[in-house]
Design a protein around this ligand. Structure first.
Ligand SMILES: *Cc1c(COP(=O)(O)O)cnc(C)c1O
Length: 479
């Protein structure tokens, strides 16, 4: 398909900017552009066609089955978007005086109180813009807490080897060090390894529960106690809250701080780098360290305050307002029963698919799972040469999104499947048939696999060239 610059022709002009309603100021000459700007010139219907063509080239939850493990590709009810574009919310400015935006500030306090209840925490900040950003914020708070308590030597964070890659990356960004511990044969924390890892230098533990293999760690209370007894804090990677919300609370499992991926569990379209929200919830002991701009209700009035030992701001202004507005809409719409039935539906769907696939695919971690499960194609690869990547490319031909590949790193040739909780049995049956059919095809005609996908927008790409020589800049013929 053509880029918008390649569709451009001479002489078309669309004035879409509304007249300026503030005084204009001329720029000094040295700041003025020396060359003319490359702006595409197209009639309006061509612009519309361009974006429609782009939209048709993408794949989203509205197009088909999207079981992308760890990413929680939810169906996002349209009412959320309607709320987010509601003019009274959409046209406010972050520098507006507080008394003129009290209704919007109530979105913070309402969302905070509901998420406190769901997570079992005492305070929530909405500043972080994504999950990894929430991890970073939480770790800065843990670090500040230990420093404040006269224990700056506590700078090691224990991370199990099944963790999401962002966990150790966030640790590194805060200047602390990761201590990796292995998983046991069930994919859970190896208790003995944890006991050996904790000590005077332990700042905390980062744990995903259920973990990235979709297994709920049954020793969770013992795990958090070991870390607390050693003087560390427990951090919960809550990106997977979709498995437990409304049923169990990290705050009751001994966790002190948590990040939530509002754009996963609480339904905001994501993928492709759209806005996210990595809200962070914490227990009272960490509340004084929360980022700046913490909204507090005083009588009838809500104002932003600076917590006593705040780590400062982690983002401009107040965070991604439209994302937690969507999350609030989602929670209010579902209600407490709906919230717990969403997570029960996610667990049920994942177990159904696991049950229907486990006779042919290797299942490294047990016969039941939470909201997602991992299969290994290691045996299939040895028998037929077909890899997890080949399988994923084959699935594309059936107008379905493939599962997450090669994650968690602890499983060779991993495919990680997370069916949305809103998926019908019929749709999952379609997917199960496709997976089984491809499994058979791998044995019968493995050569054909290397050409897949045959019917997708883009056929098999040269992965190495795409990674090593990405072309991300359009070269204009004329300057
Ligand atoms: C998605 C995810 C993250 C990171 O969230 P981003 O919003 O992509 O930064 C962290 N941990 C787990 C377990 C995740 O699934």
């Amino acid at each position: 398909m053509k880029l918008i610059f390649e569709r451009s022709a001479e002489g078309y002009y669309n004035e879409m900017i509304s007249p300026c309603d503030v005084p204009t100021i001329a720029l000094p000459d040295e700041m003025k552009r020396k060359k003319t700007l490359h702006l595409p010139s197209l009639p309006q219907p061509e612009i519309s066609r361009h974006y429609t063509e782009l939209a048709n080239a993408t794949f989203g939850i509205n197009d088909g089955f999207y079981p992308l493990g760890s990413c929680t590709m939810k169906y996002n009810p349209k009412i959320n978007d309607e709320m987010a574009t509601y003019p009274a919310f959409a046209s406010i400015h972050p520098l507006q005086p507080e008394h003129t935006v009290q209704g919007s500030l109530e979105v913070f306090t309402m969302a905070e109180s509901l998420l406190k209840e769901i997570t079992g925490m005492n305070a929530i900040t909405f500043q972080p813009a994504a999950g990894a950003h929430g991890e970073f914020t939480s770790l800065l708070m843990i670090k500040a807490y230990h420093e404040r308590n006269g224990q700056p030597q506590r700078n090691k964070i224990i991370v199990p080897d099944s963790a999401h890659g962002t966990n150790p990356a966030s640790v590194a960004m805060t200047g602390m060090t990761t201590v990796n511990i292995p998983s046991d044969k069930y994919g859970c924390v190896d208790i003995e390894a944890l006991k050996e890892a904790v000590g005077e230098d332990t700042a905390g533990l980062m744990l995903t529960n259920p973990n990235t293999a979709g297994i709920f760690d049954k020793n969770i209370l013992e795990i958090t106690k070991i870390v607390h007894d050693a003087g560390g804090l427990n951090y919960y990677d809550g990106a997977n809250l979709n498995a437990i919300m409304g049923v169990a609370r990290p705050g009751d499992m001994g966790f002190d701080i948590i990040h939530l991926n509002l754009h996963k569990t609480f339904s905001t379209p994501h993928g492709g780098g759209g806005p996210g929200s990595g809200a962070v919830g914490c227990k009272a002991i960490l509340k004084p360290f929360l980022p700046n701009y913490y909204p507090v209700k005083n009588g009838d009035k809500i104002t932003f305050t600076e917590p006593e030992h705040s780590i400062g701001m982690v983002k401009g202004f107040y965070g991604q307002f439209s994302v937690f507005l969507r999350a609030l809409t989602y929670i209010l719409f579902l209600g407490s029963e709906g919230i717990s039935s969403a997570s029960k539906g996610a667990v049920l769907n994942a177990n159904y698919m696991l049950h229907e696939l486990k006779d042919i695919f290797e299942v490294p971690y047990g016969e039941t799972c939470m909201h997602e499960f991992v299969i290994s194609l290691d045996k299939l690869k040895k028998e037929t040469g077909i890899t997890a990547l080949d399988m994923a490319k084959g699935i594309l031909d059936y107008k379905m999104y493939p599962p997450t590949m090669y994650f968690p790193l602890t499983v060779p040739e991993a495919l990680m499947i997370e069916p949305p909780e809103t998926e019908s049995k019929e749709r999952m049956d379609d997917a199960i048939k496709v997976y089984r059919k491809l499994y058979e095809a791998a044995h019968k005609n493995p050569e054909a696999f290397h050409e897949y996908p045959l019917h997708a927008q883009i056929h098999r790409v040269d992965e190495v060239r795409a990674a090593r020589h990405p072309i991300v800049r359009y070269d204009f013929k004329t300057e």
